[in-house]
Design a protein around this ligand. Structure first.
Ligand code: NAD
Length: 257
């Protein structure tokens, strides 16, 4: 395919949580569409296989480990991206998650703080560090990862701290969208339902999987590619009139809950 036909040609993207499943599928789509990539994760060793895979295919990829709960590390990451690529046009915040399901009364304060930090503060820090860079360029795409868990209590078996943080991501993204719209920047949330990443495959029991599929009109759980395709659309010029939205990507599960 000629370079001109690629949807992200000339764009530079920062993708967080890139040792994880949805981020890696996104990185593959972005590289295919011509973007240069800065991949980051707390687990820097976990970045190595995807970096190698994409470099072999000829993509421009940099990797940098960072703890995104720390402002100094986020700022350094964004400044390095700006220095290496000359700017950053796209942010996808996939870093997130939780340790284990617990009923509300069994969530201790440390786990509460850690989960809110990981799912909400990291998104705040990444967005606030990158917005000035995007403003300078007069163009930007922010895509934050929410969750079906942040859209409905009956989605499945997500704990309250995680669901609360993910609902917060949708609202924070609306505020960001309102503030940055005059600068050519859009900000949206993608809220996946259960997605069969390597991590989820390891923890999902056959009973849970059957239960979740039964509640999903499309009749299967999501593959990382299902989510990455939507993220890629939101990163592209084609999505220019969408901002402040939460895009539900859950095979119809939300409408039944
Ligand atoms: N997989 C699903 O079923 C699903 C469903 C709904 C929403 N989501 C959300 O989508 C996003 C991606 O999901 P996934 O399943 O691909 O994730 P994943 O668990 O595979 O990857 C998350 C990554 O975040 C990294 N991380 C953790 N703490 C960090 C920190 N302090 N700094 C930097 N990185 C850190 C981890 O090392 C991990 O590689 C997450 O935000 C998740 O909550 C996932």
């Amino acid at each position: 395919m000629a370079n001109a036909a690629k949807r992200l040609s000339g764009k530079r993207a920062l993708v967080t949580g890139a040792a994880g499943g949805i981020a890696q599928a996104t990185a593959r789509h972005f590289a295919e569409e011509g973007a240069a990539l800065l991949l980051t994760d707390l687990d820097s060793v976990g970045l190595e296989p995807i970096v190698e895979e994409l470099q072999v295919k000829g993509a421009s990829v940099l990797a940098s480990g960072a703890d995104l709960t720390k402002r100094a590390e986020v700022d350094e990451l964004v400044q390095n991206g700006k220095k290496e690529f000359g700017g950053l046009d796209i942010l996808v915040t996939c870093a997130g998650g939780y340790n284990a399901y617990a009923n509300f009364e069994d969530i201790n304060e440390d786990d509460w703080d850690r989960t809110i930090e990981l799912n909400l503060k990291t998104v705040y820090l990444c967005c606030s560090a990158i917005i000035p860079v995007m403003k300078q360029a007069g163009w930007g795409r922010i895509i934050n990862l929410g969750s079906l868990a942040g859209r409905s209590t009956s989605a499945g078996s997500s704990p309250a701290h995680y669901a609360t943080a993910k609902a917060g991501v949708s609202m924070m993204t609306q505020y960001i969208a309102k503030d940055v719209a005059p600068f050519g920047i859009t900000a949206n949330t993608v809220a996946p339902g259960t997605t069969i990443t390597p991590r989820v495959r390891n923890v999902l029991t056959p009973e849970k999987e059957t239960q979740f599929v039964a509640r999903t009109p499309i009749g299967r759980l999501a593959e990382p590619d299902d989510i990455a395709g939507v993220i890629t659309f939101l990163a592209s010029e084609e999505s220019r009139y969408i901002t402040g939205a939460t895009i539900d990507v859950n095979g119809g599960r939300l409408m039944l809950t």
